[in-house]
Design a protein around this ligand. Sequence first.
Ligand code: ZN
Length: 347
Amino acid sequence: MKVLFIASALTLVGSCANIRYTQKIENLKESIVFEHPEMIIKYGNTITPEELSAHVYTLSSTDFEGRETGQMGFHRASNFLKDFYVDNDIQSPLGYDNYYQRISKSYFSKDSPSSQNVVAYIEGSEYPEEVIVISAHLDHLGTSNDATYFGADDNASGTAAVMEMAQAFALAKKDGHGPKRSILFLHLTAEEIGLLGSNYYVKHPIYSLENTVANLNIDMIGRVDKIHEEKQQENYVYIIGADRLSTKLHYISEAANSQFTNLILDYKYNAEGDSNRYYYRSDHYNFASRNIPVIFYFNGEHQDYHQPTDTPDKINYPLLQKRAQLIFSTAWYLANSKERLEVDEIK
Ligand SMILES: [Zn+2]
């Protein structure tokens, strides 16, 4: 009798806690409201398959020789980005004409040359000291035995998405709808050789890490992996890390998707203990390890992953557009919300 009583009392306490948790989540969801959705759609639509394609083809051209850290092709690609930002009237946070966060030779292994992260930004109108970092690595594997590793998906796709988002935010600003918080567009070097560009960035941040609200990181978003090909379900993206530090970030991402893009958000690789360990394997992890909430956007691996056959003709540009628009609307929310995104107290 007694045992039964205690057991049912415990069940009652448990279900009360459940109800409280469910209520808390409901309140959290209700607090996420996208103001001026028509603007998010308007400026999001300036991200087009045609422009994305033009950027991906240029970044994956033989001229850039597979964009290997420290090599000529990487420097040419950096210069291409700098010209893009100058042409679009998007400034550098490092000051006039200096779009390179230089990283000296000594930071890399002994014989590799110096390199740089390429940076541009749009200053926030109300909270300029707070920043949203949108990142993608620019480097890839270079050339070997006469083969060029073009890296169209890895990561010209992410780089092109960052460029197009920067342009969209800049157009909005020109029309008087600039973001309230600052947005940093961060093109990282040396990801392929150990996340070194992002590691350098978090040790030498341009904005203090306390004022870094979130990092949205993109690495490969132009293709469809085998799992989704077989399911005939191309309209997806893997979301990794969104709920690890901030429950609210996860729901912002979900709300942005259901309101603007309707992709299938696949959380397969976000499972704790997933053997692929993608959460630890791209640049966002250097931010997450400093307690900055992150989302990692990824299409999964495919047969051309880290092969010379990762070429621009295999990218699905309308899908790349949709994924970029999801990231854009999420960034728009983070940059414009009344309250700054917080890290969960207990996690
Ligand atoms: Zn990559």
